[in-house]
Every structure is written in structure tokens, then in C-alpha cells.
Design a binder for this molecule. Structure first.
Ligand SMILES: *[C@@H]1O[C@H](CO)[C@@H](O)[C@H](O)[C@H]1NC(C)=O
Length: 352
């Protein structure tokens, strides 16, 4: 019953958003956006590949576009396959933010021409685009259970501390298959204490299954969790203290586990993609964040066509982790009930 109440709350929140949208459109027209900073702007994508423009004004005055640590910094990847999801995620953050002008987006890309998509979807958005060099992880990625997990950009989250400007001291990392339905500044203000990474923890999940028997039977490997109470956490929503990350060299520690996986003679030590190295380094040392900030698993399983319900409790972020994605199911006219909560943020679909 609880989840039904939550769901109806959410639905009405979604409807409020929809009702509010026209009034947002009647705001005074925004200033023209500042000229691109780089010489020679990338070519515009063909109109068919372009999202509609978000009606949400962001009010970023050109003088205020500089990076400041006091802004809310959000890192998210942009690639062709998940572009629609990333654009919806950004749109959702802006729609629910009390101060959208204080949010700064850091986009990690393999193809820089996606910058034009961001410019056409969001007027005067504060953002910076970073090229992620796939060679950085090319030799480190091992095959996984799902091909999507092997994409180099999936590993960009390992390198945020190196890629983002040093003056950015904290960042929220968000996956591309989610929407935020609350003020992201609340997540930003999470107290990490002495921890480097904050995320919702799931201590009732069976932690054993994230690693192979080969891992658990090797005392030296399994010993990495000695003295910890490791719990599963999802790496699609994380608050990261970049200062601490840089100071303790966590990028290298994650890479070392990827090397172990590659080199393991007796077979691989885990099956999934970028997640297990994070568990190896951080599980048991994570600052716990309220579960409302990652209602995950909504992707369910596309093969079996299963739809997932929300976990009990309030919701601030909906995450379609798993192999099914809401845009694909909506397009094929076989959506799961919760996919309708994603649709209002879709700038590629029909205008509501
Ligand atoms: C946890 O997962 C492991 C490996 O898949 C399995 O052997 C074990 O029985 C599971 N434990 C529980 C309590 O379900």
C-alpha cells in the first residue's frame, strides 16, 4: 500500500510540474546566450537529432559563468545512445531546483559535437564539456555480462577527480537513465563526514554475488573486506569529495583492481562493469545517503519484459538502472507504469 501512496504523490507532483510549465514559459525572455568560448563552434546536428528547447530558464548571466566551488556541481556523461536520457536528467534537475542558476553541469563526452545539442536544448546553461580519452581505460576494461557496461564512457566516473578543474572540490555524479524530482541542492549538502563517497547503501542486498567464487576463495583477495562491513551501493548516484579523492589517489586504487581482474589467472573476480572496483575500494566506507535519492532498478529486465515497482519510502530520484530504458519502452508503445514519470522530462518526445 505504501508504494501506491508514494506513487500517487509522485504522479500528482508530475502533474503539478506539467501545470506549472506554461507559467514558466511566460517568464521574460532570457538574455541571448554568451558566445561559445572555444574558437570555431562545433557543427550543429541535423534538426531531427535535436531535442526541443527546455522551457526552464536558467538565468546564467555571462559574468557568473565562471566555475566557483560554491555552485552545485553535477557530472554526467553524454553519448549518442543515452543522449535522450542525459538531456531528460538535466531537464529534471533544472525543473526541480529552487536555484537552477547555481547548478553547474560537467559533461563528459567522447564526441565534442554533442555540445551543440546541449546548447540547443538549454538556453544559457552553465556547463563545461570535457573530452574523455577512451585510451585511458581501453586496456583495463574486461568483457561483462552486458555490452552497454563495457562502453569506455561508463568508466569516466573513475576519473572525475583528474578531469574536472582542481577548484571543483565536490561533485554529484549522475547516470543518464534517471530523473531528479526534488531540489538537488539537498543532495549536494549531504554531510560526508570523513568519507570520500556518499551514496545510498543497501545492506540487505546479497553482497557475495557481486564477486566470483574465485574471488571469495582467494584469501588474499577476499581479505580486502576484512574489518569492513561492506554493503552494496549503486554508482549511478554518488556525492564525491574530490579533494579527498585526489589526496588519497583513489583513481589509481580503482585502476589496480581493474588490472587484477584483467590479469587474474584463475579467472575473473567479478562479472559486472565499472561497479565492482568501486565496491572493492569503498564498500563499508561510504557515507550513507537517504534511499530517496536513488530509487534504482526501474529499468527492470527488457528481455523478460519485467516492470519494477518503487521501493517503499519517499522519492527524490528515479533511476531506470537495469537493461530496460523508459525511452525505448515508450517508443515501442510497451511502457512500464513508472515510465510515465520519466516522460514529462523528455525533450525529444511529444510536447506536453
Ligand atoms: C548470496 O549469493 C551467493 C552467490 O550467488 C549464494 O551462494 C548465497 O546462497 C546467497 N546468500 C543468500 C543469503 O541468499
Amino acid at each position: 500500500m505504501l508504494w501506491i501512496m508514494n506513487l500517487s504523490g509522485l504522479l500528482s507532483a508530475a502533474m503539478v510540474t506539467v501545470v506549472l510549465s506554461p507559467s514558466l514559459q511566460s517568464f521574460p525572455p532570457p538574455r541571448p546566450s554568451a558566445p561559445p568560448t572555444s574558437a570555431g563552434s562545433p557543427p550543429e546536428p541535423p534538426p531531427s537529432a535535436r531535442p526541443r528547447r527546455s522551457p526552464t530558464p536558467t538565468n546564467a548571466a555571462p559574468a557568473a559563468r565562471r566555475l566557483r566551488p560554491s555552485l552545485v556541481h553535477i557530472a554526467i556523461t553524454l553519448d549518442r545512445d543515452y543522449l535522450r536520457g542525459s538531456v531528460a536528467a538535466v531537464h529534471s534537475v533544472l525543473q526541480h531546483s529552487l536555484c537552477p542558476e547555481s547548478v553547474f553541469f560537467h559533461f563528459l563526452v567522447l564526441e565534442t559535437d554533442l555540445e551543440a545539442v546541449v546548447r540547443s536544448a538549454f538556453r544559457s546553461l552553465r556547463f563545461k564539456v570535457y573530452s574523455f580519452d577512451p585510451d585511458r581505460v581501453r586496456g583495463l576494461i574486461s568483457s561483462s555480462v552486458r555490452q552497454a557496461l563495457e562502453q569506455p564512457l561508463n568508466y569516466a566516473r573513475n576519473y572525475l577527480a583528474d578531469i574536472l578543474e582542481p577548484c571543483v572540490r565536490r561533485v554529484i555524479y549522475l547516470d543518464s537513465d534517471l530523473v531528479v524530482v526534488d531540489d538537488v541542492a539537498k543532495l549536494w549538502r549531504t554531510n560526508l563526514g570523513s568519507r570520500t563517497v556518499g551514496a545510498p547503501e543497501y545492506c540487505r542486498a546479497n553482497f557475495t554475488k557481486y564477486f566470483t567464487e574465485r574471488f571469495w576463495s582467494d584469501r588474499r583477495l577476499a581479505g580486502t573486506f576484512a574489518g569492513r562491513r561492506p554493503c552494496y551501493f549503486n554508482t549511478g548516484v554518488m556525492v564525491v569529495d574530490l579533494d579527498r579523492w585526489r589526496r588519497f589517489g583513489f583513481t589509481r586504487r580503482i585502476e589496480r583492481w581493474m588490472e587484477v581482474q584483467k590479469a587474474a589467472e584463475g579467472g575473473r573476480i567479478y562479472e559486472l562493469g565499472s561497479l565492482p572496483p568501486f565496491l572493492l575500494v569503498f564498500a563499508g566506507h561510504v557515507a550513507p545517503i537517504d534511499h530517496r535519492w536513488n530509487q534504482h532498478g526501474l529499468g527492470g529486465d527488457n528481455v523478460r519484459g519485467s516492470c519494477r515497482d518503487l521501493h517503499p519510502g519517499p522519492v527524490s530520484l528515479l533511476h531506470w538502472s537495469g537493461s530496460g530504458k523508459p525511452w525505448a519502452r515508450l517508443d515501442s508503445d510497451r511502457p512500464c507504469p513508472l515510465d510515465h514519470l520519466w516522460a514529462p522530462y523528455d525533450l525529444y518526445g511529444p510536447s506536453l
